[in-house]
Write a protein that binds this ligand. Sequence first.
Ligand code: DGI
Ligand code: FE
Ligand code: FE
Ligand code: FE
Length: 188
Amino acid sequence: EFSREELIKSVSEQMPAMRWQHTQGVMQTAVKLAEKYGADPAKAERAAILHDVAKYWPVKKMEAMIRDNGLSQDLLLYDKALWHAEVGAFVAKQDYGVEDQEILDAIRYHTSGRTSMTLLDKVVCLADYIEPGRDFPGVNNIRELANHSLEEGLVAGFDSTISLLVSRRQIIFPMTVLARNDLIKQLE
Ligand code: DGI
Ligand code: FE
Ligand code: FE
Ligand code: FE
């Protein structure tokens, strides 16, 4: 298994400077959220370092990896923007020796979300929405909600993504809708 420093070196070399800056923001934010909400900060940071490792892979390479390694075939029917999360979790295990299922799941579900998200899933997914470099309509509201509740923050995050997809008449991955519904139920 890679040390923290080895992971940082290898992952940072695989992406443009802007994306590495985003990743560093997710690392810091994930550690803070983990400390606040009682998740393991070291695991949160490891998942954050790796969460976008496959973001710049060629689409064909991601497609082949999902097809040939028994990953979620369903994803191939939806937006390519979802694929790097599934591929990233596979790469984390195969190439970086990550065995911890909680970390692998947090990477895998960081984009789509899922029902019954674990504490670590929530921390990494929300950190990805609100890291300091993010700038999209509503991000400050999500940051504010994140100070009080992981679930409230995530519902607002998924709502913003779903609204964006609807406004563009894009297909929505059903698991994102299920994730959002499940979080609302958790808040009732
Ligand atoms: O990789 P990042 O840019 O840091 O962020 P991300 O992993 O959350 O990627 C999200 C992109 O995926 C975002 O721009 C919206 C797009 N997307 C397309 N279809 C869906 C989707 N995101 C979700 N959650 N659900 C979808 O159905
Ligand atoms: Fe991502
Ligand atoms: Fe990201
Ligand atoms: Fe407040």
